[in-house]
Design a protein around this ligand. Structure first.
Ligand code: SAM
Length: 289
């Protein structure tokens, strides 16, 4: 059974007396064209191991399983499992895991299922929107073998992930995501292709994880602390934003760091690109030794 057409989905939900849980971000896809476009963005082949977060009633899962070698689908809501048993039918390359994706070690999951996570895996999902950002950061920071991440997110998050410096959407999330991955907006998705309809439009982003981060820094901890400080109060000049970062590092020392990094202290944090943040972080790291 292909649980994509609105009538099939409604019938399935009704027969199982399934109550949609808004708080779990349950907006099910009811448009086969959008699913095809997601599969194209993920460029799946029959060697691929795919991790899906939140299979729901299986609209995307079925199609992933037809294309990939193995699908590992992590779902927090056990009440969807009887529906999935029906929609996935005879497909024998799907492993359903009842777990919270935020607490799941995906490398370990692939290791346990396949034997060797080093071959890498792809993450393809229509994400639950209430945890989009922590999930993306969990995947980028903690999953060493995730090679490609293709996910449906709120359009506003997609804009933040792909923003350019000196725009209103550019922020700490942009810098962090682009540090770990090459991020592209794949396509936009209207709210009409979900049941129930969410309150926002969506977009699919494709993140190709870099073999090494976009910039090489002496301390990632300092790099990201500095990025956070720069964006915390966006209206402040960089000098003022940085001065509130470290009580033991006075203003004149920051002026010196900024001068060495050849960055105007009157600029705002939101105008710096990843390389400028790296230069700044490394000079600060050296000066506070
Ligand atoms: N993949 C399905 C589709 O495209 O129609 C459903 C996507 S729906 C937007 C998000 C799914 O994520 C729901 O099935 C929801 O129960 C599940 N979910 C929510 N929070 C989760 C979590 N922390 N871990 C795993 N799954 C979660």
């Amino acid at each position: 059974m292909d649980p994509v057409s609105p009538s099939t989905v409604r019938d399935l939900l009704q027969r199982h007396q399934f109550r949609i849980k808004k708080k779990l971000g349950q907006n099910f896809l009811i448009d086969g064209n959008i699913i095809n476009k997601i599969l194209n963005a993920a460029a799946l082949n029959n060697h691929d191991i795919v991790v899906e977060i939140g299979p729901g009633i299986g609209a995307l899962t079925c199609r992933l399983a037809q294309k990939a070698r193995q699908v590992l689908a992590v779902e927090i809501d056990r009440t969807v499992f009887p529906l999935l048993a029906e929609t996935l039918g005879e497909l024998d390359n799907v492993t359903l895991v009842e777990a919270d994706a935020l607490k799941t070690d995906f490398d370990r999951l692939v290791q346990d299922a396949i034997g060797d996570p080093a071959c890498g895996y792809k993450v393809v999902a229509n994400l639950p929107y209430y945890i989009t950002t922590p999930l993306i950061m969990h995947l980028l920071e903690e999953c060493s073998y995730a090679r490609k991440i293709v996910v449906m997110v709120q359009e506003e998050v997609a804009r933040r992930l792909t923003a350019l410096p000196n725009t209103k959407d550019y922020g700490a999330l942009t810098v962090a995501a682009n540090y770990y991955a090459k991020v592209e907006m794949a396509f936009k998705v209207p709210r009409t292709v979900f049941l129930p309809r969410p309150e926002v439009d969506s977009a699919v982003v494709s993140m190709t994880v870099r073999e090494s981060p976009a910039v090489c820094v002496k301390s990632e901890k300092i790099y990201f602390a500095l990025v956070r400080a720069a964006f915390q109060q966006r209206r402040k000049t960089l000098l003022n934003a940085l001065t509130s970062l470290d009580r033991d590092f006075p203003r004149d020392k920051w002026l010196n760091v900024l001068r060495q990094a050849e960055i105007d202290p009157m600029r705002r944090g939101e105008t710096l690109n990843l390389y400028e943040f790296a230069r700044l972080a490394d000079i600060y790291f050296q000066c506070r030794q």
